[in-house]
Ligand binder design. Sequence first.
Ligand code: ADE
Ligand code: ZN
Length: 325
Amino acid sequence: AISRDFAYGIPKAELHLHLEGTLEPDLKLKLAKKNGIDIGQESVEEVEASYQFDSLSSFLAVYYPAMNVLQDEDDFYALGSAYFARAKENGVVRAECFFDPQAHTSRGVELEAVIRGYYRAVEEARENGLSADLILCFLRDMSADSALETLRAALPYKDMFVGVGLDSDERDNPPQKFAEAFDLARENGLRVTMHCDIDQVGSIDNIRTALTELGAERLDHGTNIIEDPELVKLVVEKGIGLTSCPMSNSFVTEEMKGEEIVELLGRGVKVSINSDDPAYFGGYIADNFLTLAEKESLTKEQVAQLARNSIEISWAEDSERSAML
Ligand code: ADE
Ligand code: ZN
């Protein structure tokens, strides 16, 4: 296995990270107090005790209501700023962070407050030597019209985010539902990725559609391509990156999917390791590396390859990316 210092120190990109999923219990309580919101818990221990989930849907049912404590631009800035500080400690040199505007606009928060707050944190991270960008995600359990409307409203700020993604509950919400929004994103020069979650019904078909019809450049999760040799071949040929999240997988599927990750790595798929929602799943990115390395007895070379993959499949500028490798 590898040492803790190696896991933390190796330069890496984090490409599958939901900023809302970095809301730690102490900040949650602090913002609840600041904004006069009763979240039903009064201490870190009570908040942690409420984190009981064993599936994507039971996780999302805890995750979305908690976001109510985020009310103004400064709150989004505080959340982003806290994550980037953690990322630096974890050896992250490049962070591409998802955010869910609809989870905030749907409860009356202005889109501008969300984007400007997060973007202030991005600028601060850059000043501190961490290359960072934002990825706007559509909530797939909301309507296609809502996604389109959200993207249109965000386009005036398009210099503040690098791409679009797709998250929330995949069941009955295939990616082609959002074809129009993805088209509009690409027309505006935005990059495209999407969650193709593990163990969801129809996920293999969704992956194929994402790659062949919707212009997905990466797959978030997506390790179940292993069920289909043709898909593995396609992903290798196209150089499509996979963003895996071992500790998140353990919660959502009761399995880390470590064997799949190692197998795909061996077959030349550009798979990377990420933390997804670290405040909820028990560890930031270096802990995800450590946990996986221990479970699968990874060599230093395998860990280095996973870290290198993350930088290679990142959307940093070419010159910046070369300098990180
Ligand atoms: N939102 C935050 N984390 C997610 C995940 N793992 N899958 C889908 N939507 C999410
Ligand atoms: Zn995710």
